[in-house]
Design a protein around this ligand. Structure first.
Ligand code: AMP
Ligand code: FE
Ligand code: FE
Ligand code: ZN
Length: 278
């Protein structure tokens, strides 16, 4: 698919687990011919200002966003939020709680890996992460690559860091309903990210319930969804009057097959999404 003039509403920079800085990411979006790009780092808005300055220089429209770590019935669900007030106190408090959970898990992950024969220190993980990044499993993966235990991030997830792997340690996520409510109260529009990707935590009746709470949309076109899942989710979205988005979930070189513009959002759907934010 050509990205020319395209709208890509899900990307990550070095402020979380992407490998391009916010400014580099926006430059690459312009290079790819995108007209609109959203920066949606995991649990942080720290990249917004740098991305906005770059967007102005490159003539690209920046959508200020986030991908929030949430939980439903004990399973991880990622919630995209757009165009919200980042200073809304309940949101600030909740993001602090998620970040504390991420930091608290790191010593446990390092200890489990070391016990299993993959000797690793917190300093290794910090050295593998860009300074100021929200730390996640991808940085642990990068540290394992740097130590030579695995060849690539994907391999680290497949063998050690995925659920059931020796290095896997769960962490705090905001209850999904609360996250929808908080981001909506902050003036934003929310979209469930890759709802039928790896975890497939969400059922159609969950979407119906969440839409009553203010959920604006679902990410339909995503690399983790098969063509059949995209068709089914798209018709579910239409029947529930939810906005259907399509995005790359770009992580720079940190994730293969997620190039900028690989999936894009229909301009009419983007307009409806903007209307859902105040
Ligand atoms: P965390 O939020 O720290 O638990 O890490 C989750 C992040 O790891 C996701 O946002 C993805 O970017 C990445 N990730 C999850 N599963 C995989 C996988 N199988 N291969 C590569 N990256 C993954
Ligand atoms: Fe990620
Ligand atoms: Fe995600
Ligand atoms: Zn993402």
């Amino acid at each position: 698919m050509s990205a020319a003039g395209g709208i890509d509403l899900h990307t990550h920079s070095t402020r979380s687990d992407g490998t391009a800085s916010p400014a580099e990411l926006v430059a690459q979006a312009a290079e790819a011919g995108l007209s609109v790009v959203a920066l949606t780092d995991h649990d942080t808005t720290a990249g917004w200002d740098e991305a906005a300055a770059a967007a102005e220089r490159h003539g690209v429209e920046l959508v200020r966003g986030i991908e929030m770590s949430t939980e439903l019935r004990g399973r991880s669900v990622h919630l995209l939020g757009y165009l919200f007030d980042p200073d809304h106190p309940p949101l600030v408090a909740e993001l602090e709680r998620i970040l504390a959970g991420r930091e608290g898990r790191l010593p446990a992950m390092v200890a489990r890996l070391t016990d299993a024969g993959y000797e690793l220190t917190e300093a290794d993980v910090l050295a593998a992460a860009p300074s100021g990044a929200v730390l996640g499993r991808p940085h642990v993966a990068d540290a394992l690559v740097a130590r030579g235990y695995v060849g690539h991030r994907d391999e680290a997830f497949a063998t050690l860091l995925g659920p059931g792997g020796v290095g896997y340690v769960p962490r705090y996520g905001t209850p999904l309903e609360d996250a929808v409510r908080i981001l909506t109260e902050a003036g934003g529009a929310t979209v469930v990210a890759h709802p039928w990707g790896r975890a497939r935590a969400l059922q159609p009746d969950d979407l119906a319930r969440l839409s009553v709470l203010g959920l604006a949309g679902v990410e339909v076109d995503h690399q983790d969804h098969t063509p059949e899942q995209r068709a089914e989710l798209g018709s579910l979205a239409r029947s529930m009057d939810l906005v259907a988005t399509g995005s790359s979930d770009f992580h720079g070189t940190g994730k293969t097959d997620h190039e900028l513009g690989v999936n894009t959002t229909d301009p009419a759907e983007y307009a409806r999404l903007r209307e859902r934010a105040r």
